[in-house]
Design a protein around this ligand. Structure first.
Ligand code: SF4
Ligand code: SF4
Length: 93
């Protein structure tokens, strides 16, 4: 089972020049080049939809400003039920 994604990537196909640097540099290999050509006649990168760690390596190696945006997803806080006199309360650990 793939690890839960800790990040998400958005690629602007109008800015991407299809160089493939992000695809080659992504440690979990969750980027690929589309088979379809963009309006500029290149194969733009796309996120395959899972396993992104949010490391940002693809962002830093991309030569096109604005082509790739990395979002780090918030990790759900663990909660516990705390029994107190007078009622139950949820508390973050
Ligand atoms: S942020 Fe890291 S893991 Fe996510 S797509 Fe970019 S290089 Fe891959
Ligand atoms: S590194 Fe940037 S320009 Fe090159 S394929 Fe990836 S998103 Fe496109």
């Amino acid at each position: 089972m793939p690890a839960q994604a800790r990040g998400k990537v958005q690629i602007d196909v109008e800015e991407c020049k299809g160089c493939g640097l992000c695809v080659e540099s992504c440690p979990p290999k969750c980027l690929e080049l589309l088979h379809e050509l963009s309006a500029y006649g290149v194969h733009p990168a796309q996120y395959v939809g899972h396993s992104c760690t949010g490391c940002g390596i693809c962002f830093y190696c991309c030569p096109e400003p604005g082509a790739i945006t990395v979002y780090r997803l918030a990790v759900p806080a663990k909660t516990a039920r705390v029994q107190k006199a007078g009622g139950d309360h949820a508390a973050a650990l």
